[in-house]
Design a protein around this ligand. Structure first.
Ligand code: CTP
Length: 447
């Protein structure tokens, strides 16, 4: 019996896939089809797949050509599969010509003719409304956002708003945007959704005005500086049936999501302590160091560490204490202790103090160690008393990571989903509550 194997995503199954499977089957007696898992696609940066793995497997099964369907979940799996299933022929479309010649060591490799003028990419763009996205702000994060947005389909990043005309014009020129504006009402008329990357203290107004104008909003962290404002804005979004999402890149990256689900499924027992740190030494006349613009370690750096704590221990904390070292009106260092009925947690932040930026989650059976920079999670290790049981997890953190939050934003708009389980509205508001508690100075000791 001659066994043939082929692989693909098979999203929105089309005639090109069907032709390929028919030709692959004709090469032998038994056809194995490897369908990529959702996490594998996400990990290799393929963020726009529409059908989930079950739907894609079902579509391949229905063609009637596959004798066996397997899931492709990791790089290098093809070599394992070929050996495990005693495969004679590896077949793939001619768009991959030459790319799989390394498999000739293990079996025959055949590149089959690809069907012209059809692809999943094409089908995705045909059926999809393209949302016009405008950026508010033209600073450092906005500049990083543009190249990232090119990895996400379904949006046309077309416009920028900045009150400073020369900056708006330079930004539009640098990134070939169709328009730039200094006037909000003109800007907002031309877009379906906005990404807010302006200074902290402008977020509330821009979010409120954008939602009031009927636009979906993706807003940089911290969303706002008080839970009350956050809840008011989320309620406004809900009442207008609009998406409002806090742009927390960590919340949306694959590794952090997996870490949260692993810990919640009990791999380290009951969580008793979460310690999250983040420091970034900055100098000069930057917004981060300006008290007039709500600068400081807490407003600038706390959203990621607080995300880890709220995600893992919840919102029902019992007590908060802060310890800060101040300089020129801002906290250049803050340590926060957040206690829960059965657990404790701490954040350590520094704009003028350097510290190890790791995340350690301690439980009754083991702990999770995520080395710096943990907020761009690529790797973590689950460790036990018996070191033989330790397990390391590796992931791709693509580019600057901003594509993950944008992908979720677009998917929420397209699917009419107002809440993301990766960062629930109530969790985002709880983070803002803690920032407000800090800013009230009630629980603050200066050192
Ligand atoms: N294929 C083909 N003819 C097409 C499209 C795909 O023969 N017009 C083949 C690919 O070469 C591969 C298999 O179908 O062997 C699965 O490809 P997949 O990547 O799932 O399909 P695409 O339509 O190319 O997907 P995308 O546009 O997302 O890259």
């Amino acid at each position: 019996m001659r066994k043939v194997i082929t692989y693909g995503t098979y999203d929105l199954l089309h005639q090109g896939h069907i032709n390929l499977l028919r030709r692959a089957k004709a090469l032998g007696d038994y056809l194995i089809v490897g369908v990529t898992s959702d996490s594998f696609d996400r990990e290799r940066g393929k963020l726009n797949v529409r059908n989930n793995v079950l739907e894609r497997v079902e579509a391949v099964r229905k063609t009637g050509y596959a004798d066996e369907i397997i899931i492709e979940d990791y790089i290098g799996q093809k070599i394992d599969d070929i050996q495990r299933y005693n495969v004679d022929i590896f077949a793939i479309g001619s768009d991959w010509e030459g790319k799989f010649d390394y498999l000739r060591e293990f079996c025959e490799v055949v590149y089959l003719p690809r069907t012209e003028n059809i692809s999943s990419t094409q089908l995705r763009s045909e059926g999809q409304k393209i949302y016009r996205l405008g950026i508010i702000g033209s600073g450092r994060i906005a500049k990083r956002f543009i190249p990232e947005s090119r990895h996400v389909s379904g949006i046309d990043l077309c416009s920028v708003l900045d009150p400073d005309e020369s900056q708006a014009a330079a930004f539009a020129r640098q990134f070939s945007l169709k328009e730039y504006h200094t006037d909000f009402s003109r800007f907002i008329r031309q877009v379906d959704a906005v990404y807010i990357a302006s200074p902290h203290l402008t977020h509330y107004r821009y979010i409120k005005d954008s939602l009031s104008a009927g636009r979906h909003v993706l807003c940089e962290i911290p969303l706002v500086l008080s839970g009350e404002e956050a809840r008011e804005l989320y309620a406004l979004a809900e009442s207008r049936n609009l998406v409002l999402l806090e742009a927390s890149k960590t919340a949306h990256c694959p590794a952090f999501n997996h870490l949260v689900t692993l810990v919640k499924s009990g791999v380290i027992g009951e969580v008793v302590d979460v310690r999250a740190s983040l420091s970034k030494l900055v100098e000069g006349h930057l917004r981060e160091l300006d008290p007039q613009q709500a600068g400081g370690s807490m407003t600038e750096l706390s959203p990621f560490p607080l995300l880890a704590i709220i995600k893992l221990l919840g919102k029902e904390y019992t007590d908060i204490q802060f310890y800060s070292k101040m300089k020129d009106g801002i906290d250049i260092f803050t340590k926060g202790i957040i206690n829960y009925p059965h657990a404790v947690s701490s954040i350590t932040l520094g704009l003028g103090v350097k510290t190890e930026g790791n995340l350690v989650i301690s439980g009754t059976q083991g702990y999770v160690y995520v080395p710096a920079p943990w907020w761009k999670t690529e790797f973590f290790e689950v460790r036990y008393e018996d070191q033989n049981l330790n397990k390391k997890y590796f992931y791709t953190y693509a580019g600057e990571g901003l594509r993950y939050e944008l992908q979720e934003f677009v998917s929420m708009i397209v699917g009419g989903r107002l809440s993301s389980h990766r960062l629930r509205r109530s969790e985002s508001a709880a983070i803002a509550d803690i920032i407000a508690a800090y800013r009230s100075k009630r629980a603050l000791t200066t050192i």
